[in-house]
Design a protein around this ligand. Sequence first.
Ligand code: TPP
Ligand code: MG
Length: 780
Amino acid sequence: MAHIVADKREEKIATIETLDARLRWLASWIVHNANHIRPKRDGLKVGGHQASCASMTAIMAALYFHALRPNDKVSVKPHAGPVLQAIHYLLGNQSLEQLQQFRALGGAQSYPSRTKDKIPVDFSTGSVGLGVAITAFSSLVQDYLVAHGSIEEGNAGRMISLMGDAELDEGNIYECLIEGYKHDIRNCWWVVDYNRQSLDSTTADRMFRRFDDIFETTGWRVITLKSGKLQRAAFSRPGGKALEDWIENCPNAEFAVLTYQGGAAWRARLMADIGSKPHVKKLLDSFDDDGLAALMTNLGGHCIESLMDAFDSADDERPTLFIAYTVKGYGLPLAGHKDNHSGMMNPGQIDQLRMSMGIEAGEEWEPFAGLGGNMAARLKNFIGDSVLAAKPSEPVSSQIPVPARFAVPSGDVQSTQAAFGNVLLDLAKSSEELADRIVTTAPDVTQTTNLGGFVNQRGLFRRSDVADIFREAKIPSAQKWAAHAAGQHIELGIAENNFFLLLTSLGLAAPHFGTRLIPVGTVYDPFIARGLDALNYGCYSDARFLLVGTPSGLTLGPEGGAHQSVNTPLIGMGQPGLAYFEPAYADEVALFMRWAFEYMQKPDGSSVYLRLSTRQVAQVERADTDWEADALKGGYWLKRPAAGAEAAIIFTGAIAPEVLAAYEHMLDDIPGLGVLNVTSPDVLHREWSASKAARWTDRGTQKSHAEDLLSILAPDAGIVTVIDGSPGALSWLGGVHGMRVSPLGTDRFGQTGDLPDLYSEYRLDSAAIMDAMAELFLKR
Ligand SMILES: Cc1ncc(C[n+]2csc(CCOP(=O)(O)OP(=O)(O)O)c2C)c(N)n1
Ligand SMILES: [Mg+2]
């Protein structure tokens, strides 16, 4: 019986080894085809990473076809994208045309993309580091769903990152380790393709072993796969210990050079260094040059059996780092060369690789060419019977109903930030399903961004209870800070990358885990910049969340220069996958939040960003709700101009009182003066430019909301635009009908100060608005 099991395992290893070689070939060929065969029209290098792929084919073959469980999700190192494409090609999930169009318009993507690729992609990757850390946050989200009863404990999958070793240089990884430790994450694996090469060169030897310390400190198990089976066998032979010690002490760069040079160079060097030690010569002589090269590069990450054993050994929930030693460009003539990151085989070299695999010219794309009937059939069946082949596609989650209206927080004078907190608090107290699906998070700014009310109602999330010691000691505090499994707020330390990655993972709960969550994250507006790439990553992944940047602009006055956000309106306008609104009044906040919760759930919706303020603003009386539809389209007339009016003030956000004061002052001099409240420079601009672009499509030209709004003014009207942020967010409105425009806003770092001083200093007060208007008319 035992030998039958052993035989089966041997057969499995041999099959996965064959698959490994096939993936190395196909990945190389995909890149080769794009660069050397597909006609080129622009003289640009297409690119692709044959060496990075070859480094990882064994890891991917062993992971996907041995270790993978049905609910596991895998993030693949960006430069191994072609390997993932090849895997799905063999599975029948990817077409030949897509592979032939690798890196071309509409073809297989350079780097795995959830939104653009035709194959199933669990996590997008590309900006190194982010695709690694995201798995830790997705394991936290999975735990949240387990704790909230949406996933059965036994159905939890592992969130796995297949990462490059240079990704270990990205700071966001360590931020995430610290947060992960605090939240006691589990079911997370990171498998490092430890080829000790980055883009530029070989990596520093000094880090050797340091990674073990860092990861173990934060609760991870570290499993190192240094040698493959061949090496381990050689080490146990006479003279083997000397060889093992030599490899152990060989600097990365020297190992890489010898790998590139091959068997004869290995022999010469080893003989010079350890040839005089007992039995070493005999040991080395038992291998020919090719055999010696194969032995020396038989590292753990290329040995299917070692990989299978390592994966099998980690069968509990503990987060685990696998350091799999590899050779960049393994099995290719590029192996080991320090410049091989973007290096590519030339046509002669790829021919040689093809022939070494027994693949006939013209059969390069044949999935199982050159294998012989038995092996081809066995491999085909093996792949077809795999867990990966049986994986269902991502679930479609139903939409969570959103109440038809949110009550407007009461108060004649309010800030948008307080209104936001109150709308959430109302929801928290309600029995709406929406409220149960909301998950809030903040990087240590929960209280100062008005999330506190929601958290008091719904509690902090922790897998196991954490008592509120201050409350138990009866020390008064407005904030309840007890954590439990049913809590709905995930508190983070100050690390905005973590914040955006958690929002991304929460915002992917629907496609990943079949339960839609409504993530709401707050951050000081200026510190959006700190996590900007992670925000971009989340949007690119089509994760859906509500981002609240607050306080913003000069309204953070007393905090000083670096706390006052200047360019976030432009971020809001420029970021794809994120709709930016900046309300001025509490009823706008309620309107936009309601809209956001719906829009975040729409197949063609996106994430939403609200830029808010702590400035207390006198609320306006509304005669009706007619303003709402326009506000959702990006702007409405707060003071409707007379037809053919000569001027208007156009503003965004908390600067409203200065605008209205200037309006009152000027109304006598400029009859029919209007005030346009641009609630979303982003939506207004996007729709305007889309309507222009529509000229080139069969949709024809449709008048945009911006054109509509401004068409009431005289064609040669003058407009003053005002925003507490980059003036470019509104100045474009002058171009809509070719009107003269005078843009006010901030474009310098801030100063400490109170609002009157700062509005005067930065020329946002009503005097500045009137000056700007006067100038427009004097210059005529
Ligand atoms: C944030 C970011 N910076 C820079 C790059 C450019 N880049 C792509 S790959 C790479 C190095 C990759 O090295 P490693 O992770 O070790 O991968 P491998 O050696 O397996 O190719 C760099 C710097 C990037 N993709 N993302
Ligand atoms: Mg590397």
